[in-house]
Write a protein that binds this ligand. Structure first.
Ligand code: HEC
Length: 122
């Protein structure tokens, strides 16, 4: 059976390992008792984090020519949109640290973001 050549590139394998790690974290969230103990909520963490670090570019309220090339449609204005983008937010901001482009959040803040998203962004 032919296998896809791209599956063997280092980058693909990093993406695969990242996906696996996040999938495992995601699965754990259903039963992980640490989510019951987590104090992280949309109001006290998620909303201010996303407003401070992401929404200058990723908001429908930002005119297209002011988005600094953030893709049109990748918006984090509501809990629903944030949950819909949860996986890519975790990867970009909690694993490969490509977002925000200029950096900013501390490693501890990034870890809290991953925890919050992993618990379903309550
Ligand atoms: C200064 C503007 C800017 C800010 C602030 C910013 N982004 Fe982005 N974002 C971009 C640009 C430009 C792209 C498209 C290029 C790319 O994907 O690297 C992008 C793409 C994305 C994508 C889609 C591409 C992918 O890899 O899935 C996600 C998700 C994302 N950003 C998440 C975030 C999060 C989460 C934050 C806040 C922690 C954030 N961004 C802050 C400019 C920004």
């Amino acid at each position: 059976m032919p296998s896809s050549p791209s599956a063997r590139t280092p980058r693909a394998s990093l993406v695969l390992r990242t996906a696996l790690a996040l999938a495992l974290a995601g699965c754990g969230a259903d039963t992980d008792p640490s989510c019951d103990r987590s104090f992280l909520r949309y109001d006290n963490f998620g909303a201010p984090f996303i407003a401070n670090w992401c929404r200058a570019c990723h908001s429908a309220e930002v005119p297209p020519d002011m988005r600094q090339e953030a893709p049109v449609g990748v918006n984090f204005d509501s809990p629903r949109e944030i949950r819909a983008w949860s996986y890519r937010i975790s990867v970009t901001t909690g694993v490969i640290d490509s977002m925000p482009p200029a950096g900013g959040p501390s490693p501890a803040e990034r870890q809290m973001l991953v925890e919050w998203l992993g618990c379903g962004a309550p």
